[in-house]
Design a protein around this ligand. Structure first.
Ligand code: ZN
Length: 310
């Protein structure tokens, strides 16, 4: 097993060529990867190594249930400085959020590897949990985020009005948050921005059937609030030249998403990556990693200092 310490030695020592992946891009952070998902069981370490070789220097592993939150924390412990975790219960599993589970989430959020509460929110598209249970679970997790002082990792689908109403009740107590996997329209985007949220953009933007509107909308997101994520194993970018036979998404494709977003905004990938990485570290208080600089060392013109978020 390859471990990556905070000096980034393992990642930096890797050759620049990645024959099986896309060309290396500037240092990126995947803010939403469901790495606890069983589709990664057979090759999780290889997935992490491929991501590092492609310039994805840090990743936030999404917790969406008590079990996956525990696994996310364990993975983060095994890859200090590279992997971080969220702890929370997805609206699909809202009925799972008993007092006992809430207490366990409270313990997990005290861990230094946990950088956000979530994913939490509302999903009225599938309604796997009844709506009242979803609202209750959302309230409880926003309260937890306020107590632990960590930002929230938010999920919303077809529930914008209730979602915003609940969020507004807790807004002043929260240490920020991100509307993860944003797929909505201009009114939703403006509302989130007005609430002070960061916006997570996934490979949904690469889907010409249902994501084309995002090509226009990403131009309206301030550079210091635009975060990038794969949401793997879901949402494999549809426009990849070579799709994996498994159709499984993974962080190695984040540079591809970054390139699509940068093109839509009329900026370079380097400038988008730099702003997005800085914004991610600021929101989630991630440490800078030396690998981020080693990976960019051949590009002194854009080398930037990293603020300390201690
Ligand atoms: Zn989600």
């Amino acid at each position: 097993m390859t471990r990556h310490d905070i000096t980034g030695t393992a990642a930096a020592a890797r050759p620049a060529q990645t024959p099986d992946g896309p060309p290396r891009a500037a240092a990126l952070i995947d803010i939403g990867i469901n790495l606890a998902h069983d589709s990664y069981d057979a090759d999780r370490e290889a997935v992490i190594a491929r991501a590092a070789a492609a310039g994805v220097v840090q990743m936030i592993v999404t917790g969406s249930s008590a079990a996956s939150s525990r696994t996310a924390v364990q993975l983060s412990r095994q890859h200090p400085g590279v992997l971080f975790a969220t702890a929370g219960v997805h609206p699909h599993q809202a009925t799972e959020l008993t007092a006992q589970v809430l207490a366990e989430l409270g313990e997990l959020t005290a861990e230094p590897q946990v950088v956000a509460v979530g994913e939490c929110g509302l999903d009225y598209y599938r309604n796997y949990s009844p709506r009242p249970a979803q609202c209750q679970a959302f309230h409880r997790q926003l309260e937890l985020a306020a107590r632990c002082g960590k930002p929230v990792f938010l999920h919303q689908r077809d529930s914008h009005e209730d979602f915003i109403a609940i969020l507004r009740e807790h807004r002043t107590a929260l240490a920020g948050g991100v509307a993860h996997c944003f797929t909505g329209g201009p009114a939703e985007l403006d509302c989130y921005l007005e609430l002070g949220l960061a916006i997570g953009i996934t490979g949904w933007i690469c889907d010409e059937r249902r994501g084309a509107h995002l090509l226009e909308l990403v131009r309206r997101i301030p550079a210091d609030r635009l975060l990038l994520e794969t949401d793997g194993p879901y949402l494999l970018p549809r426009d990849l030249e070579r799709k994996p036979p498994s159709r499984r998404n993974e962080p190695v494709y984040l540079p591809h998403i970054a390139a699509v977003v940068a093109r839509a905004r009329g900026e370079t990938v380097e400038s988008l990556a730099h702003a997005s990485t800085q914004a991610t570290r600021r929101l989630f208080r991630l440490p800078a990693i030396d690998a981020a600089h080693s990976l960019r060392s051949s590009d002194p013109g854009t080398h930037q200092e990293s603020p300390k978020w201690t």
